[in-house]
Design a protein around this ligand. Structure first.
Ligand code: CMP
Length: 662
């Protein structure tokens, strides 16, 4: 009897098997934990992998893979016995060459070589197999040297069996020794390695060089010093190199410092002042703490908890993430720090949901995080350090009746519109097309399995949770103890190191290329300030915009557009206070409350049309390891943010008028 797999289609089969898996998660968890192929994986990695294994029932005599077919998946025997057959010359008669039982892997050869299936695998009696899609399998082999080694061992055994005829029944897979893991990572020939792009490098560096030298040799425009002009030229020259990924950004950042110092634009102390700032220390600390907490399994457990308790599918997840970010905002005022801390958890969340890396849903959830944690920066006075800075530079009269509560009330009309439009836009723009994929189906069974694999919270998880809570309390209590968040974070990092949750490896895993760029962008504000570039930019536009102050809608729209343009050249944290300083006094004279100017500058300068514009955006991109979205996919959200900002401030005009702010 030769039948077919009952349900070849992954989704249908997963649904068929889910109720059973929900009933017996422990059994499956034990099976997975005992598979020799996965012997080298820690429980968190295994639990993540479990999200992608589709349990598939196979009827007696059904064929799972057929000799000569294209290879699209890898399989593991979960229950029952399957035979391996090859066609013989005599009338296509099949010859049985091996037997596979629970725990045995098959289907790996076609995936590794890219060639058709080398044999037919057919069930002897009812069986269950676990299916892992091709891309997931290759990803696993690329990331986990232990799995690559175990597969190499399986293949070697089969070769030995073929050479000697020695019968190798049973699991047919052998755990590989843990030694030589680096050699193993070189045994995956069909896994494409990242190629360097010499053409992009040449174009990027060529454009950058042309801009730099072109401006360097041209005299400065009126009102700007030679040094100011040259400082501006280095920023403009950086744009094409960053946009085209011509070189690693850490290298570009150091190159920038070299040009500033050697070109006489700034002394080394100012050129490197970003690294002497506590915000750089905070960034490095939260990057490390985030990575350590994530590897403890705590974030993954939390992610599973959110998944299990969020209703409404993709839309519910988008709303939960965006709202969570807005609510945590006032207690962690550094938007980049917030995003950096949550980024690893979003990767975990996406993996727990079973969404593929770089899929629409993965990009959508990343963008929801960016909106909630990084872009809703003016909801409360303490939702961002930039808002605090803007508040500090408002004319003293305007600051008089503005406090934490009045800020929230006055900002509410625009913020409500902004939030609603953004959540709706992300749900529409990134909603899964057609079939919902594994994240859209009922994943009760898979979740139960993943929780069973994780087991009870480990010591590292409990310790990480205690430190994370203490860290948040330390941030919230800043007005009481007066200690800068950076030093609170250093204390938390020290505690995690003493608890052996942070090790030398955790520090080595920090993205130092990004940390270098962050430091250098922070220096940029000091360089511009020293060379008076900021004042020159603001002065050039003040006259024009002040004229518009007579019509409120026209004024807020024009000012928002101006913020978009200025944010292309000047970082948000510098552009927002700068424009406030330049325009708030003029606006006040024309009957516009300076709060409106400061608030619009805070949210409108925070655009991220181009990645280099926003350290918050970059923190999300790098914090998620580039696994959730491409810059191209994020562009939709970037445009949505700009349009929503424009719509929100215009919609708020009547309410602001009623509040006598306009
Ligand atoms: P693949 O070629 O992708 O599809 C058929 C699978 O059968 C193959 O991968 C192996 O996983 C498995 N297979 C092939 N030859 C043997 C063998 N001699 N012993 C056990 N399994 C085999």
């Amino acid at each position: 009897m030769q039948g077919h797999l009952i349900a070849r289609n992954g989704r249908a089969s997963a649904i068929l098997a889910l109720p059973e898996m929900a009933d017996r998660p422990r059994e499956y968890a034990e099976l997975l934990a005992s598979v020799e192929l996965f012997a080298g994986l820690d429980r968190v990695t295994l639990a993540k992998l479990a999200a992608h294994l589709e349990p598939t029932p196979v009827a007696d005599g059904a064929v799972v893979v057929r000799q000569g077919d294209a290879a699209d998946a890898f399989y593991l025997v979960a229950r029952g016995v399957l035979g391996v057959y090859v066609a013989t010359d005599n009338d296509g008669e099949d010859r049985r060459i091996n037997t596979l039982t629970a725990g045995a892997p098959f289907g790996e050869m076609g995936l590794l070589t890219g060639e058709p299936r080398s044999a037919t695998v057919r069930a002897d009696g009812d069986a269950d197999v676990l299916r892992l899609a091709r891309s997931r399998f290759l990803d696993l082999v690329r990331r986990e040297p232990q799995v690559a080694l175990a597969i190499a061992a399986t293949l070697s055994r089969r070769l030995r069996f073929a050479n000697t005829g020695e019968l190798a029944t049973g699991r047919d897979a052998s755990a590989a020794s843990t030694a030589g893991s680096h050699a193993a990572s070189r045994t995956t020939p069909s896994v494409a390695s990242r190629t360097t792009r010499p053409v992009r490098m040449a174009i990027g560096l060529g454009l950058s060089g042309t801009i730099l030298f072109g401006m360097w040799l041209t005299p400065p425009p009126a009102g700007l010093t030679m040094n100011g002009w040259r400082a501006l030229s280095t920023l403009l020259a950086l744009v094409p190199a960053l946009a085209l990924d011509a070189l690693p950004e850490g290298v570009l950042a150091l190159g920038l410092a070299a040009v500033w110092v050697v070109g006489g634009i700034a002394p080394p102390g100012r050129a490197l002042s970003g690294f002497a700032s506590s915000s750089w220390v905070l960034l490095v600390c939260v990057l490390t703490i985030g990575a350590a907490i994530a590897s403890s399994g705590l974030l993954f457990r939390l992610a599973l908890w959110i998944v299990a308790h969020t209703r409404g599918g993709f839309s519910g997840q988008v709303l939960a993430l965006a709202l969570g970010g807005v609510l945590i905002g006032p207690v962690v005022p550094n938007a980049t720090g917030r995003v950096t801390l949550i980024a690893p958890a979003v990767v975990e969340l996406v993996e727990a949901l079973g969404y593929a890396h770089l899929s629409r849903q993965a990009a959508g959830l990343a963008m929801a995080t960016l909106i909630g944690f990084g872009q809703m920066v003016g909801v409360f006075l303490t939702s961002s350090t930039t808002a605090v800075l803007v508040f500090a530079v408002l004319p003293p009269d305007a600051r008089g009746d503005l406090n934490w509560i009045t800020w929230a009330v006055r900002a509410a009309p625009a913020n409500v519109v902004l939030f609603v439009i953004l959540v709706a836009a992300i749900v529409c723009l990134y909603h899964p097309r057609g079939a919902s994929g594994p994240g859209g189906i009922d994943r009760r069974g898979a979740l139960a399995l993943q929780r069973a694999l994780l087991g009870p919270p480990s010591r590292a998880e409990r310790f990480s949770l205690a430190v994370a809570v203490a860290l948040l309390l330390g941030f919230v209590g800043q007005p009481l103890h007066g200690v800068d968040p950076a030093w609170v974070a250093v204390l938390a990092l020290t505690a995690l190191a003493m608890g052996r949750v942070v090790t030398g490896d955790t520090l080595r895993a920090v993205n130092w290329s990004f940390a270098l760029l962050f430091g250098m962008l922070t220096s940029l504000a000091a360089i511009f300030d020293g060379a008076k570039v900021d004042r020159w930019i603001a002065g050039g536009v003040v006259a024009t915009v002040s004229d518009l102050a007579k019509s409120p809608v026209l004024f807020v729209a024009a000012f928002t557009l101006l913020c978009f343009v200025v944010s292309l050249v000047v970082r948000w944290q510098a552009a927002a206070p700068l424009l406030t300083i330049a325009l708030a006094p003029g606006a006040a004279a024309a009957g516009i409350d300076p709060f409106v100017v400061g608030f619009i500058a805070t949210i409108a300068c925070n655009t991220f049309f181009l990645p280099y514009q926003s350290t918050t955006y970059l923190a999300l991109y790098h914090g998620t390891g580039g696994r959730l979205f491409t810059h191209r996919a994020a562009r939709l959200a970037a445009v949505a943010y700009a349009l929503a900002t424009l719509a929100a401030v215009c919609a708020a005009v009547p309410v602001w008028r009623a509040m006598r702010l306009l």
